[in-house]
Design a protein around this ligand. Structure first.
Ligand code: NAP
Length: 504
């Protein structure tokens, strides 16, 4: 099992001691003392009765130092730390010869590359390994997340304990996933504002959300790809689900840039041990291309949001469609969303119902296809741009209406799939209040805010309302079920999403 090391950004001895106590409380196993980032320090006082085991380092000038110190003094300082009982010192490749060995302290020999990936990653790692290092450390800067796979492969090849870090956004997943592939430790910051390297997560988030202290070779791997992805709620809901299910699993996010080969990313991660990937914009089409087998509704929608790896084969699904169908069906039944007792197919509730879908983009396609193919509803598409709306309607053999021609439409439900009303544009609404039919179901797929203007006005007019969080949770829950074969804890997932939303 890997360790979690709090990389401290303290400026003084007193601050560093306080930071070590905070790190311990947050669940860190050890603390890194970056002496070069401190304005003053008393090494003896720092190490006396320390709350956590430590890594002591003073970065060399060419390796990202916070301040410059004469090389002989710098090495003397690290040797003094070892003599005082520091559990580790971290010294850069090329400087390890100046370290006096003999005590129990371990020597981490490191190489940092802030500009990119070394041309010969394995050769560099082998040089560090044969330098006399107790622990090999490589911190590099991948340009895209696919490059991180080479870091994981390296961990399987080296004979010594090793730390690999992909710095920056493209390497963010390495901060957790490297532990699954056998990394000796991973670094976290005390808070995002106190990072000592780009891309660090907070220790509290690593230990809390991701259960990083229990990640090991047996941990099952899942993730989400998209661009942008930084504000995705998916890691929060999936990791909360696995925790509640008692499942040793890790779910990480990858910003796979628009325009890069997402199908290749998906296939290579499946080969590397990832058992399932959620797929969000703009890669839902690429997910279809990556798969060996595609669910017929996903094929009709023209987009997959889920890839499942089963017996080496990649299966693509679209769980948005079923999630939307399920949410609407429950609303028609007037059931509480936690009631899963009805054995009949929920889509029976939608058969023959007239559902007005506002929008014709990606979400609209999933919702409309789900309603038509699974729910056997009569779908009416209304969209700002006529061409796109008519195209979707034609595919579904459904009716198209311009947004200004809805007055006489007797719908049973309306689903908003446009971003109108989404944070920060909360005063916008896709449907004038006078067109909301009392007694109908009004479903807004937006979940930030939970109560949009559309839903507020729908309530005022006596309609039954459904917010977008249920659909979001349901599509994620269905993914958990596809990947694990077990019932997902939807209420836990909903609470995790609400908690994350409340902190945004
Ligand atoms: P998209 O592919 O970009 O489609 C956006 C749709 O909204 C298009 O039909 C577009 O019309 C229309 N639209 C955009 N701005 C508009 C405006 N100002 N006035 C009228 N129509 C406008 O986006 P998407 O992937 O479908 O996502 C749309 C929304 O769905 C998101 O904002 C999100 O809140 C929601 N969503 C929710 C979930 C969930 O799980 N709850 C999942 C996915 C999406 P044109 O064709 O005329 O451009």
């Amino acid at each position: 099992m890997g360790l979690i090391c709090a990389a401290l950004n303290a400026k003084s001895t007193a601050e560093a001691r306080a930071a070590m106590l905070r790190a311990r409380a947050d669940g860190a196993d050890l603390a890194e003392l970056r002496l070069d980032l401190m304005e003053e320090f008393d090494l003896e006082a720092l190490l006396r009765d320390r709350p956590l085991p430590v890594i002591v380092t003073f970065r060399r000038k060419d390796q990202g130092s916070g301040r410059i110190m004469e090389e002989s003094k710098r090495l003397a300082l690290l040797n003094r730390a070892l003599a005082l009982g520091a559990e580790h010192v971290d010294v850069e490749l090329g400087s390890e010869g100046g370290i006096v060995r003999g005590g129990p302290g371990r020597v981490i020999v490191s190489e940092h590359n802030f500009a990119g990936m070394p041309a010969d990653l394995e050769g560099l790692a082998r040089r560090i390994e044969s330098s006399g290092a107790d622990v090999v450390k490589l911190a590099v800067t991948p340009r895209e997340p696919l490059e991180c796979l080479a870091l994981y492969e390296l961990l399987g090849k080296l004979g010594k304990p090793a730390i690999v870090i992909g710095m920056g956004e493209a390497g963010a997943a390495t901060r957790l996933a490297a532990l699954r592939f056998g990394a000796y430790l991973s670094y976290g910051a005390l808070s995002v504002d106190e990072r000592t390297a780009p891309g660090q997560l907070s220790v509290a988030e690593m230990v809390g959300t991701y259960r990083a202290r229990s990640i090991g070779p047996q941990t099952r791997l899942f993730g989400v790809i998209g661009d942008p992805i930084a504000h995705s709620l998916s890691p929060a809901i999936h990791n909360a689900a696995y925790r509640a299910m008692g499942l040793d699993a890790l779910y990480v996010s990858f910003r796979v840039p628009a325009g890069s080969d997402a199908a290749e990313f998906i296939r290579r991660h499946a080969d590397s041990g990832f058992e399932g990937l959620s797929v969000t914009l703009p890669h839902k089409l690429a997910a279809l291309g990556a798969a060996d087998e595609v669910d017929p509704v996903a094929r009709s929608i023209g987009a997959a949001n889920t890839v499942t790896v089963r017996d080496g084969r990649l299966l693509a699904d679209n769980t948005d469609a079923d999630a939307a169908v399920g949410e609407l069906a429950r609303a028609f039944r007037g059931l509480d969303r936690t009631d899963r007792t009805d054995p009949t197919d929920p889509s029976d509730r939608l058969k023959g119902k007239t559902v007005l879908v506002l929008g014709a983009g990606g979400a609209a396609r999933a919702v409309a296809w789900g309603l038509a193919a699974r729910g056997r509803s009569r779908v009416v598409i209304a969209n700002r741009s006529r061409e796109r709306g008519e195209k979707l309607a034609a595919e579904l053999r459904a009716e198209f209406r311009p947004l200004d021609a809805l007055g006489d439409l007797a719908y049973d439900a309306v689903v908003n799939t446009t971003p109108q009303g989404m944070h920060p544009d909360v005063d916008a609404t896709p449907l004038p209040a006078e067109l909301i039919r009392p007694g109908s179901v009004v479903f807004d797929t937006i979940y930030n805010p939970l109560e949009t203007r559309l839903l507020r006005e729908a309530k005022e007019r006596g309609a039954r309302t459904v917010d977008g969080l249920g659909m979001f949770v349901a599509q994620g829950a269905r993914q958990v079920e596809l990947w694990t074969g077990r019932v997902a804890p939807r209420e836990v997932m909903r609470r995790a999403a609400l908690e994350k939303l409340s902190r945004k």
